[in-house]
Design a protein around this ligand. Structure first.
Ligand SMILES: [Zn+2]
Ligand SMILES: [Zn+2]
Length: 216
């Protein structure tokens, strides 16, 4: 490998201490938090580098959990949801404690089983402002909320929208037994359609920043 700085060397891979697992740039890893009561941090490896004493440093791009974001965890955030942040760091490779997989939202919803190492990401996150990309996402159901992949939803055969059983006055068990489902709008004579809306994801301040930027 080409030397980047005197005494430093880029590495193609690194074996996680005490395991036979090998990580490479672009892999997602769990990193030991300074407070052992907290869940591990999740990061994407940008670069692995060894110094002249063979101390391995890892340049990472952090994933944020919803509770670590400025807006906090919201109802539509999944338990395994992460945001890809614009926050980079250099850490000792010793803090890597395991590998994980951060799926796209679509692939995550198709997983047959979600293992402890499976996460998903549908938003990029600006750590300084709390803003998200994309800034708007589709909403479903009467409650007009973005999709939380942890929640069961049933699809209406009329309008093709998806609904939470609880919002339709059903239990989860009742919904699972359904063979056909029509939402209350489609099963009534009332033809008035509710408008298709989108949900504003970022905190209000970020929205202002965005619109100001666009005007320039
Ligand atoms: Zn709902
Ligand atoms: Zn319907």
């Amino acid at each position: 490998m080409a030397k980047t700085k005197p005494g430093k060397k880029d590495l193609d891979s690194y074996s996680i201490k005490g395991t036979n697992k090998v990580v490479r740039p672009d892999d997602c890893v769990l990193m030991r938090p300074s407070d052992s009561d907290k869940p591990p941090y999740v990061a994407k490896i940008e670069k692995l580098e060894a110094d002249h004493r063979n101390n391995v440093k890892v340049r990472v791009r952090w994933y944020y959990r919803p509770e670590e974001s400025i807006g906090g965890r919201r109802q539509f955030h999944g338990a395994k949801e992460l945001f890809l942040s614009d926050h980079f760091d250099v850490q000792s490779a010793h803090t890597i404690e395991g590998k994980c997989i951060v799926h796209s939202f679509k692939n995550y919803t198709k997983l047959e089983n979600v293992g402890p190492e499976d996460y998903f990401c549908r938003f990029e996150y600006k750590a300084a402002t709390g803003g998200f990309t994309p800034d708007r996402v589709a909403v479903y159901c009467k409650c007009e909320m973005p999709y939380n992949p942890d929640d069961l939803m049933v699809q209406c055969e009329g309008c093709k929208d998806w609904f939470h059983p609880s919002c339709m006055g059903m239990t989860i068990d009742e919904a699972k037994k359904l063979e056909h489902f029509l939402c209350s709008d489609c099963s009534s004579e009332d033809e008035t359609k509710r408008p298709l809306n989108s949900f504003h994801v970022s905190p209000p301040d970020e929205a202002k920043v965005e619109s100001k930027r666009r005007k320039r």
